[in-house]
Design a protein around this ligand. Structure first.
Ligand code: M6R
Length: 612
């Protein structure tokens, strides 16, 4: 949520900042701004409501701002509506200090009132401006920027990643973080701060992940990192192992479509290195066998689509492990006084590894004594670093706000972990273990087959895109998959949609079915296919139009009842959602396209949700 970039170097900063912001625009896109300092022009700030292109036009692609030191920001509004004034950077009253901020300052009102009593005038509604003004206040007292930053950090509560420049310091920018991601990048022509590797990958792969409470001073030549007591720190460098093309559209109209098409390869990369000689090998997992045998309860905690992966995994893990598995929304878990203890295994799932709700839930679980395992895509992210164990999905950068390949790789990684644990516990038959593992390895080819039929789905989308309300129904794994299909559709096409367990319809929801209502019926879960069909017949009898997703095995039966049918290959039952979800992703994509929606940047959303 919100993207931050900063540069101190030997090139003009503004074009570099704009390019970085463009690559990070998926983190927030309601307004954007940059501040650059030069010896002749001092601090120059340009910011505006709207997409980054508006800022580009305003600054003539950065040519308007002179200087080799600067900071930039792309915003997802929390405090104050998206407008020019609330956009970042925020500048202190005397115009000497400019600041960009990601996160939320919880005690900002109290500080604001205090500063107002000292005569400070505020221009915006944001919590972030309060920090810029507080900085000036302390800087006026101590005349040392680093000292002033230290005083401010001791005074504020909440989460933050800051990039700060001051006109009295021509060569340095200051960065600080707590509960909001920030990385340092070491480039040839200068050094960087960024909330996301994507912003700077064009310039460097040599990065350092800042930890909570740390402060960095970035110049063209060097980056010094300090702890909260201002003691210098030696930080470990990491090399980013993907290149800039992975975060570009590469000829596709949208990142979402590119990422859907990348799924076979992404799944291959997640699965292949973890299967050796017919066994699941999880080198990175350090869960002691005795601990696994003692696990009494498993919690899967996540948000949004990652939560839906948890829903699928609950069915699969309970079947494989014969242990109770509870799936919790991270935002609820934390405040529910959860019954977690040392015998609980807590699995958190997150694409970004920065989702604040998930992070907070994980910390709560740790506090209660549980061991935590994180399933994460973004390498070096906060959740990945704080969990006891981490397994990466290796899906590569996912840029579209609506997740697709990250979801798919989370699914298969959870299947691999489930198999691995079941093997340790002795709760899975060898024949079943072998069958699942074999099918996991053949998923990429089967997915490729599904993706050769995108035109069929495009056609169905053109038939149904005008509906105002769409239901997804299914049982068991099909229900869990329907939750994801429904979320995909509503987040990018803005069509109201709900997913229901088919058997639950008759307990209320069926009253909403009237002639012409579109029902997406999921019939891929073999064990309950006949029961699901009865529910399809029930909605048909009330006039619903049915678009079905089923497997080759049930094609004939489904085609007799449904109005339109999409067929995916058969696989092992527990893996069927990995194939079935793809037509749902494509359906959402094409419906949104028909409705002229901004697919990669849907309204009100952002990719990584770092506020509560
Ligand atoms: O990065 P995370 O997996 O923790 O994100 C969780 C949700 O915010 C995310 O899945 C969201 O629901 C997506 N926009 C769904 O497409």
């Amino acid at each position: 949520m919100c993207g931050i970039i900063g540069f101190a170097g030997r090139e003009q900063a503004a074009p570099i900042l704009l390019d970085g912001l463009e690559r990070m625009e998926y983190r927030g896109y309601d307004s954007a701004g940059i501040a650059v300092r030069s010896a002749t022009k001092g601090l120059q700030v340009k910011k505006t409501k709207g997409r980054l292109q508006v800022l580009r036009d305003l600054t003539h692609d950065g040519a308007e701002l002179e200087g080799t030191l600067g900071i930039g920001h792309t915003r997802w509004a929390t405090h104050g509506e998206p407008n020019d004034i609330n956009a970042h950077p925020h500048v202190s009253e005397n115009g000497r200090i400019a600041l960009v901020h990601n996160g939320i300052i919880e005690n900002y009102l109290e500080i604001k009132e205090q500063l107002q009593r000292h005569g400070v005038t505020f221009t915006s509604d944001t919590d972030s401006e309060v920090v810029a003004q507080l900085l000036e206040f302390h800087y006026n007292e101590c005349h040392n920027m680093l000292e002033a930053v230290g005083r401010v950090l001791r005074r504020i509560q909440g989460s933050y990643a800051f990039g700060i420049i001051c006109s009295d310091y021509p060569n340095a920018l200051i960065a600080a973080r707590k509960d909001s991601p920030l990385i340092l990048g070491f480039g040839e022509n200068g050094n960087f701060i960024a909330s996301d590797v994507t912003a700077i990958i064009k310039h460097t792969r040599d990065v350092v992940y800042m930890d909570d409470g740390e402060i960095a001073v970035v110049t063209a030549e060097n980056i010094d990192v300090f702890d909260s007591e201002m003691n210098p720190l030696e930080k470990k460098h990491s090399q980013v192992d993907w290149d800039v093309s992975a975060a570009e559209k590469g000829g596709y109209a949208h990142f979402m479509f590119k990422e859907i098409m990348e799924q076979p390869e992404a799944i291959r990369k997640t699965v292949s290195p973890r299967v050796r000689e017919g066994r699941v090998v999880l080198d990175d997992l350090r869960l002691p066998a005795e601990y696994v045998r003692d696990i009494s309860r498993i919690f899967i905690i996540a948000c949004g689509s990652s939560y839906h992966v948890g829903m699928v995994s609950k069915y699969n893990w309970e079947r494989l492990l014969r242990r109770p598995v509870e799936v919790c929304l991270a935002s609820e878990f934390r405040y529910s006084d959860p019954l977690v203890d040392e015998k609980s295994l807590v699995v958190v799932i997150s694409q970004s590894g920065e989702t604040l709700d998930t992070m907070a839930a994980m910390r709560e679980a740790k506090r209660l004594g549980a061991r935590t395992l994180a399933i994460v895509n973004v390498v070096g992210s906060s959740i990945a670093r704080e969990a006891d164990d981490v397994l990466y999905t290796w899906a590569g950068p996912e840029i579209a706000v609506a997740t697709t390949k990250a979801y798919s790789t989370q699914l298969v990684l959870m299947d691999l972990v489930g198999l691995y644990l079941a093997d340790l516990l002795g709760t899975v038959e060898k024949s079943e273990y072998d069958a699942i593992l074999w099918e996991l390895q053949t998923l990429p080819e089967k997915l490729e087959q599904v993706l050769t039929h995108v035109e069929d789905i495009q056609y169905f989308a053109s038939r149904y895109f005008n509906h105002n309300s769409i239901f997804f129904i299914g049982r068991n794994l099909d229900y869990a998959m329907g939750l994801e299909g429904s979320l995909k559709l509503k987040e990018i096409s803005y069509i109201h949609s709900e997913a229901y367990a088919s058997g639950e319809l008759k307990h209320g929801t069926i009253s909403l079915i009237e002639p012409g209502t579109l029902v997406v019926a999921l019939g891929t879960y073999a064990a309950l296919f006949d029961k699901s069909m009865s529910n399809v017949v029930e909605v048909k009898a009330r006039g619903a139009e049915v678009l079905a997703v089923t497997t080759e095995r049930f094609r004939e039966k489904m085609e007799k009842t449904a109005d339109s049918t999409v067929v995916v290959p058969d696989t092992h039952p527990i893996l069927q959602p990995s194939l079935g979800v793809v037509p749902l992703q494509l359906f959402a994509y094409y419906v949104a396209l028909q409705r002229g929606c901004d697919i990669d940047k849907p309204r009100n959303l952002a990719k990584s949700v770092t506020v509560e």
